[in-house]
Design a protein around this ligand. Structure first.
Ligand code: SF4
Ligand code: SF4
Length: 171
């Protein structure tokens, strides 16, 4: 993506540097390629950093639904919505799920409806608060689509998890 696509002064260098460091990233690649066609770098760049996939979830088998809670994984920094051990996450936490095409096909859906991967999988475009569109990593938080300020620190167990179920519009 060219520098011209980054118009927000506060973060334009950070966002542009991230994109410029990535090899073979075409401007608006997510509109030109299917998820299957994307490189690993492009796939990684899609994540908006909302943090919602890191919320503890309950598989409601009876109603065939995934119920989200407002309790985040212990490895998530809930202030900046970033995994503290991203590179080693699958080894560190066996419950940390890999997001790939196969996981997008699963039912019931376990990614939030506003997840970038979920949106593209459903044939939608990225929203204007996504950093690839806005040019700022902050817009996902400012627009209220991340977990920032919406979660609590709790130890969640099979016994108490139902107390923390949420019904956010963006989940
Ligand atoms: S829900 Fe999707 S966009 Fe949000 S942090 Fe997880 S992978 Fe990234
Ligand atoms: S270990 Fe996985 S679920 Fe936990 S914060 Fe990191 S990416 Fe999210």
């Amino acid at each position: 993506m060219s520098q011209n696509n980054c118009y927000l002064e506060d973060e334009k260098n950070t966002v542009c540097e991230r994109l410029n460091q990535a090899d073979n990233v075409e401007p608006f690649f997510w509109q030109k390629k299917s998820l299957e066609e994307m490189s690993e770098t492009e796939w990684e760049l899609l994540c908006s950093g909302c943090g919602k996939c890191c919320l503890h979830k309950i598989n409601d088998r009876e109603n065939k639904k995934t119920l989200f809670t407002n309790v985040a994984c212990r490895f998530l920094d809930i202030e900046i919505c970033t995994c503290k051990l991203y590179e080693h996450r699958h080894k560190a936490d066996s419950g940390c799920r890999k997001i790939n095409i196969e996981s997008l096909k699963e039912t019931p859906r376990w990614l939030p409806k506003t997840c970038a991967y979920q949106l593209l999988y459903e044939g939608k475009d990225l929203p204007n608060w996504h950093y690839l569109v806005s040019g700022s990593f902050e817009t996902v938080h400012k627009a209220g689509f991340s977990i920032k300020g919406r979660t609590i620190n709790k130890v969640i167990t099979a016994e108490n998890c139902h107390k923390y179920i949420i019904d956010w519009d963006d989940i």
